[in-house]
Design a binder for this molecule. Structure first.
Ligand SMILES: [Zn+2]
Length: 114
């Protein structure tokens, strides 16, 4: 680590870099345009892209798909079948949130009607 000047990345710079990369510009070229003391343009781009050196254009960024649903046997956020609340469930078989479970216990083990 060097203690050089390190200014913050502006959203404009971020977008500009992504655009340039989408146009096929090299890291060196981009570095020259920004004429900066930025620690690492490639690192910044990797962060902006979320992973590795994936090339994303402005439109692709907006069209990013939502994260995939959790694996059925793995814990994850799932929607309660009763109240529709998203809650942390331990597996796919667990589709009733704790609130509805509590209610069912005090209501003759009936899950939410309707
Ligand atoms: Zn519920």
């Amino acid at each position: 680590m060097t203690a050089g000047i390190r200014r913050l990345w502006t959203p404009e710079e971020d977008q500009q870099m992504l655009d340039w990369r989408a146009e096929g510009r090299t890291m060196v070229w981009i570095g020259a345009q920004l004429a900066s003391n930025h620690p690492s343009i490639s690192t910044r781009l990797a962060i902006l892209n979320g992973q590795g050196h994936v090339r994303l254009s402005r439109t692709q960024q907006k069209a990013l798909p939502p994260p995939p649903p959790p694996h059925p046997s793995k814990p994850g956020l799932r929607k309660c079948l009763c109240c529709g609340l998203t809650f942390p469930s331990s597996h796919a078989g667990n589709r009733i949130c704790w609130r509805c479970k509590q209610r069912s216990v005090s209501d003759n083990h009936r899950f939410c009607p309707g």
